[in-house]
Ligand binder design. Structure first.
Ligand code: PLP
Length: 341
């Protein structure tokens, strides 16, 4: 983290290159939107950089996860597709897998614990997935996925630690470079690190001087603590507004741990209050409703949480799957200083 500015992406131990991202872009073109890049006058004023919002919240399933899931499932062989896919995510990754599978006529089994609330189950079912409820926690659900693999030959679609997932998420970098060729900073929500690894690989291949800032919440910042400890660590989950950033990085992490470690120039941790303000800001000034995880990059700029911000900055607004009542409550309890008058 935060070492030389001139390091080349090829230093990382992964087999991934910029070419893999271009291949992904071509492969997923018919599934994935080129999302808008919105200039934010107000955020630019608050943050002393020219600030842009990359609106992945407008992706069909409500998050960028569609990119990686599409790239992974489209890369499976005909035989693998026939046997179906399975995953253990309750959130945006599960939705993306269910969506792509349905589009392709591939069977999808999403394994979740009995604790997951029914509204999430219904959303997955509406996407056409078979929802299998097993055990009391995500570990039980995950091991059931591997049973399905061993017994029925289904392919487990991992949420982040997979080269095809990383390359899929990396297609965001190509869109950023296309619309904003002189981008010098990108702020990226960080959990398992698939998003950051892919986008950083793409950006730094174009220009190693582009600064990549990761952002997690103070509550259970697993990647941040793992980098500090120089090995994947396990931290108990806490309730957070940025629930899409919860979850471990896996004890056997093969790709994203080393990629994030190599690429990231700074990692910022946010309080719940700061995350809430980012959500409120996006709604009040841009009429955009997002989930906590997706507001984190904006919060970093809003609160000037890092000094590594250059002249032209893109904040990735990663998803919009949020409970409407919760969002309204946050907006009504977080007003700008200016509005307070
Ligand atoms: C999954 C997710 C992230 C984090 O992505 P990783 O690849 O796990 O780091 C950020 N925001 C949203 C909305 C997500 O769904």
């Amino acid at each position: 983290m935060a070492t030389s500015h001139n390091r080349l992406p090829s230093k990382t131990l992964t087999p991934l290159t910029l070419q893999d991202i271009w291949i992904a872009k071509k492969r997923i073109a018919s599934f994935v939107k080129t999302t808008p890049l919105l200039y934010s006058e107000r955020l630019s004023r608050e943050s002393e950089t020219t600030a842009y919002l990359k609106l992945e919240s407008l992706q069909e399933t409500g998050s960028f996860k569609l990119r990686g899931a599409a790239n992974k499932i489209l890369s499976l062989s005909e035989e693998e597709r026939q046997k179906g896919v399975t995953t253990f995510s309750t959130g945006n990754h599960g939705l993306a897998v269910a969506y792509v599978a349905r589009q392709l006529g591939v069977k999808a089994h999403i394994c979740i614990s009995n604790r997951v609330p029914f509204n999430k189950v219904r959303k997955l079912q509406e996407m056409g997935a078979v929802v299998q409820r097993v055990g009391q926690n995500q570990d039980d659900a995950e091991s059931y996925c591997y049973n399905l693999r061993d017994e029925e030959g289904m392919t487990v679609i991992k949420p982040f630690d997979d080269p095809d997932i990383i390359a899929g998420q990396g297609t965001i970098a190509l869109e950023l470079l296309d619309e904003l060729p002189d981008i010098d900073t990108c702020v990226i929500p960080l959990s398992g690190g698939g998003l950051l690894s892919g986008v950083a690989l793409g950006l730094k291949a174009a220009n190693p001087n582009i600064q990549v800032i990761g952002v997690s919440m103070v509550r259970a910042a697993v990647m941040y603590e793992s980098i500090r400890a120089n090995r994947p660590v396990v931290i108990p989950e806490e309730t957070t507004l940025a629930d899409s950033l919860l979850g471990g990085i896996g004890p056997d992490n093969r790709y994203t741990f080393s990629m994030v470690k190599d690429y990231v120039d700074d990692i910022v941790l946010l309080s719940e209050e700061e995350i809430a303000r980012g959500m409120s800001f996006l709604f009040r000034h841009h009429q955009i409703g997002v989930e906590g995880a997706a507001a984190t990059a904006v919060s970093v700029l809003l609160h000037k949480k890092t000094r590594k911000i250059g002249l032209r900055t893109a904040a990735i607004v990663s998803g919009c799957n949020v409970d409407a009542d919760r969002l309204l409550e946050i907006i009504s309890t977080h007003k700008d200083d200016e509005d307070d008058g």
